[in-house]
Design a protein around this ligand. Structure first.
Ligand code: HEM
Length: 344
């Protein structure tokens, strides 16, 4: 790392990942009440408070460099984590423009973009990159445009083609996923790739969400939060590597819950893209260990109640069944039973 702001840490092997005090304070805690059920929880992707995870459309934080190194390792082992069908090339350029423009505008100390017609000059200081290229000419970049820029941006990215009143997962770079596979989902539509999710189909959640997304407007991005839990701060919890991390779910004990069990929150944002009419779906993953969660008393109370009362189907789907009881017991010591306020 070229800047002391960025942590040197790992998301595998010795798992040295941790959050600074500032990162804990800005963690996007996902619960607005003491219980959780699926809903169409979509809102406009408007700028949030200064220093919050939603201050800017693309959030770059202290984990940036370490996450990009982890992504490079995943891709070196498994190139199928990045795939794009041939008709998505225009959407790829749209995505490169969206990310470079936002990163250079909101983090000018780290990124810069100069455009002279089609001749673009991109500088990424934290990663030590300086690239001149011709917008629209793939031969002038070391990777395809989607891969080039998403190797330099926190969060997974899916590009959805819109046709036949549906969205099709026709491109993406996915290395920090909560147990789903781009290789498996590539070419599927919105209803198909959501197939494994329990209860939500019957509740009409996906039908309503899809309707909303088909009408997404240029310049009016939206966002939602999703969450699950992960044992050890591992970003790459993929089905492809299940043999490496699945067993971790059996290793939680009352002594190690605080450090091993992590709340995993995804800040998901969606933008309409200008040239391709495709949609980009970003999935920005935030990890926080239980010991860090309970440093904020209102979060401790709320997470305890949410986990304790989570419907069995959701707990199973999220893979919590092995260690839910141990985690709820540990959290209960941090819940004084006081009432909580809605919102926060
Ligand atoms: C889960 C993709 C938009 C709600 C998932 C999964 C994928 C996915 C791959 C995992 C399914 C599995 O188990 O294999 C996407 C993409 C979207 C999108 C690419 C962009 C178009 C939405 C929207 C909603 C939504 C707008 C709004 C309700 C959910 C829910 C789950 C889920 C509730 C289950 C999550 C959990 O319990 O951890 N999504 N999704 N998704 N998605 Fe989406």
């Amino acid at each position: 790392p070229t800047d002391a702001f960025f942590r040197t840490e790992t998301f595998r092997d010795d798992y040295s990942f941790a959050n600074s005090e500032a990162a804990i304070r800005r963690f996007p805690f996902p619960f607005d009440r003491d219980a959780y059920m699926y809903a169409v929880n979509i809102e406009q992707h408007m700028p949030g408070p200064a220093k919050s995870a939603t201050e800017f459309p693309i959030d770059i934080d202290e984990h940036y460099v370490a996450e990009m190194i982890d992504r490079e390792k995943v891709l070196a082992e498994d190139p199928l984590r990045c795939q794009s069908l041939p008709h998505m090339i225009t959407a790829e350029w749209d995505l490169l423009e969206l990310l470079m423009t936002a990163m250079a505008r909101d983090y000018p100390a780290w990124f810069s973009l100069t455009c002279d017609g089609d001749r673009w000059h991109w500088i990424n200081r934290p990663l030590g990159l300086d690239q001149r290229f011709t917008f629209g000419d793939t031969a002038t970049l070391p990777f395809g445009p989607m891969e080039y820029i998403t190797r330099q941006c926190q969060g997974d990215f899916c590009l959805l083609d819109q046709r036949q009143d549906n969205l099709w997962m026709d491109a993406g770079l996915v290395t920090t996923q909560a147990d789903w596979s781009l290789d498996f989902d590539l070419g599927m539509n919105f209803i198909e790739w959501h197939g494994p999710v329990p209860l939500a189909h019957e509740m009409g959640v996906f039908e309503r969400a899809l309707k909303f997304l088909l009408n997404l407007q240029l310049g009016r991005p939206i966002r939602r939060l999703n969450w699950t839990m992960t044992v050890n701060p591992r970003l790459d919890t993929s089905p492809e590597n299940y043999h490496r991390w699945g067993i971790d779910r059996t290793t939680v004990t009352p002594e190690n819950v605080g450090d091993k069990v992590h709340l995993r929150v995804e800040l998901q944002a969606l933008w309409r893209l200008p040239r391709s009419n495709a949609i980009v779906f970003s999935i920005r993953c935030y990890l926080i260990k239980m010991r860090e969660v309970v440093s904020v008393p209102k979060w401790a109370r709320r997470l305890h109640r949410v986990l304790r009362d989570l419907p069995e189907e959701l707990a199973d789907y999220k893979g919590l069944t092995n260690y839910r009881a141990t985690t709820v017991d540990w959290l209960s010591r941090h819940d004084d039973g006081a009432p909580t306020s809605p919102g926060f």
